[in-house]
Design a protein around this ligand. Structure first.
Ligand SMILES: Nc1ncnc2c1ncn2[C@@H]1O[C@H](COP(=O)(O)OP(=O)(O)OP(=O)(O)O)[C@@H](O)[C@H]1O
Ligand SMILES: [Mg+2]
Length: 612
């Protein structure tokens, strides 16, 4: 499935109620739509679970039958009957154990498959969102939200759901059987348990709250530690080690306190469960003996009761715990489904799609205005036409909106007003796959991935690149573009040539070298319209010459829009566009604009006096 498909599937249906408003069952239903694997073979799993739960009841029945009809038989001990009953019980237990093992395996399989789909879809959607909004903070919180919410969901789907059913079933079967044996004892047992049923859910809520506090403290602790590790240089440079250490110590201590508080309550909950269970056993023994002596209850039934009570106490505790988990899972699902529903800012064209064949590209801005979400307008009334094959330099002060213009052309987002057109066609009507083939953006700070130079340049092959390793053809193409851009002399100076590792984010390369890699990547991507956002960081003269040469080579025969920080780029361009506070204020050749004596002329003379 490509990113595009995921985007369409993930697109919210306008008739759907938002996930945050859904009730429990509606949430579960929609969750099952998103991860249908969760329901795979569920009927058989449920049937197996019912068999497993019922098989456990065989033991008390067998005990009662053995004692009352074989050992205490009117005509003396009936050994063969006792043996047969024990055999049946053993067989029942074995079948029950096998069924419950099968249930676990099947649940694990289907839930992992379902969670895989959920995770993949959610992360892919977050990726689609983030490429468009370019807001790393929001992206980070979405990723952690999806991660932790899927974890809570997995707790429930892996065993909670089925255990809840099994527990309820077991409580029901045990109660029925107890009632058959003795309604008086059954009432007593329930009377002992009722207080626990009232108190337990409350205690569970408390446990939940305290564990939430633990997770929060734990996150803060990890944050403090990782910040100290990442910022180690700054911490040492400013001599703030002691302060940092105190912060970490405080975070560690807070985590410990939260953990102790949570565990204390868990111990109380657990002990009260054990206390009530033992109390019930004692009550059954005493009351059972009393009823037995009165002749209302057989020895076998009293013994069976002892087993039944145990089949009953476990599930009661478990059910309250799982109901709690269910609440967590439901809210986790609501949040993850909410993420999936967040519309991506850029929609694929529908029936009005227009094919955009390869070839020389012209670019038009038609009355374009843009404001970032919840932000002021950063582009206003931009009108601009660039003929195919023209090289355009966009210049302007920092923050004037140049990068924003480039992002609109690459359609990272759509303009708030007006339209951007490629060959006269509104970008909104061009399929994203077509657009990506034709428009290539080299960002200000190109991202390098941990790997070799070859691997990083090969990202320019985009999805043609196979996932498991590069083919010899791909490697050859990479080497060809490196040579075409005149970068082979640079590569030859590197310790391992094209096999040189670049490190995480390319940290083993210099800023200038990272730009060279980005240019080679763009050459490999081979678009019709090239958007170059020149890096602001200065590089040494040798690298500068290399970059300039590679850029000239890259731009040859293509329409290029270069966001120029060095006015030498503008001098060489066919057309210069001056952006000032979100508006295009001047368009013309370098010579025209210098002669005009306005914005550009002022920038240019300032630059000349500074550099020459
Ligand atoms: N992701 C974003 N969210 C909100 N506002 C943004 C975002 N990116 C840029 N802006 C704002 O938009 C305005 C234009 O930014 P832009 O990056 O287009 O400037 P620029 O001309 O490329 O500057 P520079 O020369 O420094 O690269 C700025 O005021 C900036 O604060
Ligand atoms: Mg910029």
């Amino acid at each position: 499935m490509s990113t595009t498909d995921a985007r369409q599937e993930g697109a919210p249906d306008s008739r759907m109620a938002p996930a945050s408003t859904l009730g429990v069952f509606a949430t579960l239903r929609r969750a099952a739509q998103v991860s249908p694997e969760l329901l795979d073979g569920l009927t058989l799993t449920l049937a197996l679970a019912v068999v497993a739960a019922t098989a456990r009841v065989l033991v008390p029945i067998a005990v009662q039958q053995t004692v009352d009809t074989a050992i205490l038989a009117p005509g003396g001990v009936d050994v063969s009957r006792a043996a047969a009953l024990v055999g049946v019980a053993a067989l029942g237990l074995a079948v029950g154990a096998a069924c419950s093992a099968l249930v676990n395996v099947r649940l694990f399989r289907s839930s992992e498959a379902g969670l895989l789909t959920l995770r993949t879809r959610a992360f892919r959607h977050v990726h689609d969102l983030s490429v468009l909004t370019q807001n790393s903070e929001r992206r980070g919180s979405l990723v952690s939200r999806v991660t932790s919410d899927v974890d809570t969901i997995s707790m429930f789907v892996q065993w909670g759901g089925i255990m809840l059913l099994v527990s309820v079933l077991q409580i029901f079967v045990a109660t029925t059987l107890m009632a058959v044996y003795s309604w008086q004892l059954t009432l007593l047992v329930w009377a002992c348990f009722l207080p626990l049923l009232v108190v337990l859910p409350r205690m569970q809520k408390g446990v939940n709250r305290r564990y939430a506090a633990v997770r929060e403290r734990y996150g803060a602790m990890l944050g403090a530690v990782s910040e100290a590790v990442v910022g180690a240089e700054t911490i040492r440079a400013y001599g703030v080690s002691a302060r940092t250490q105190r912060r970490i110590d405080a975070a560690v201590a807070a985590t410990r306190r939260a953990m102790v508080r949570a565990q204390t309550l868990v111990a109380v909950v657990f002990s009260s469960g054990v206390l009530v269970a033992n109390l019930v056993l004692a009550v059954v023994v005493v009351a059972g003996t009393w009823l037995g002596v009165a002749g209302d209850l057989s020895v076998g039934r009293v013994l069976a009761f002892l087993f039944l009570v145990q089949l009953f106490t476990g599930p009661v505790q478990m059910a309250t715990e799982i109901l709690n988990e269910l609440q967590n899972a439901i809210s986790g699902w609501r949040r993850v489904l909410g993420v999936l529903e967040t519309p991506v800012d850029v929609a694929e064209p529908g029936d009005d799609a227009v094919a955009s064949p390869r070839g020389p590209a012209s670019l038009t801005f038609q009355d374009v205005g843009y404001a970032y979400p919840d932000g002021p307008p950063v582009l206003r009334d931009v009108d601009l036409h660039v003929e195919a094959g023209t090289s355009v330099a966009v210049v302007g002060a920092t923050g004037s909106g140049k990068t924003t213009m480039a992002k609109l052309v690459a359609r990272f987002m759509d303009p708030t007003t007006g339209a951007v057109l490629l060959d006269g066609v509104d970008l909104r009507r061009i399929a994203s796959a077509d657009l990506r083939r034709r428009v290539v953006l080299v960002p200000q700070e190109g991202f390098l991935f941990d790997g070799t130079l070859t691997e990083n340049v090969a990202y320019g092959l985009r999805d043609e690149a196979p996932t498991g390793g590069l083919t010899p053809e791909a490697v050859a193409r990479v080497e060809r573009v490196v040579a075409e851009l005149g970068l082979d002399t640079w590569v030859a100076e590197l310790p391992a040539g094209m096999a040189t590792p670049v490190g995480q984010r390319g940290e083993l390369l210099s800023a200038g070298e990272r730009q060279l890699v980005a240019l080679a990547r763009a050459r490999l991507a081979d678009g019709d319209l090239l958007l170059l956002d020149e890096a602001t960081s200065a590089v040494d003269p040798v690298a500068e010459v290399r970059i300039a040469r590679a850029l000239r080579e890259l731009a040859r025969g293509r329409t290029t829009l270069t966001i120029a920080h060095r006015l030498s780029t503008a001098e060489a361009a066919d057309l210069v566009v001056v952006v000032h506070a979100g508006r295009v204020v001047e368009v013309g050749t370098h010579a025209d604009l210098v002669a005009r004596g306005d914005h550009y002329a002022a920038m240019h003379s300032a630059w000349v006096s500074q550099t020459r």
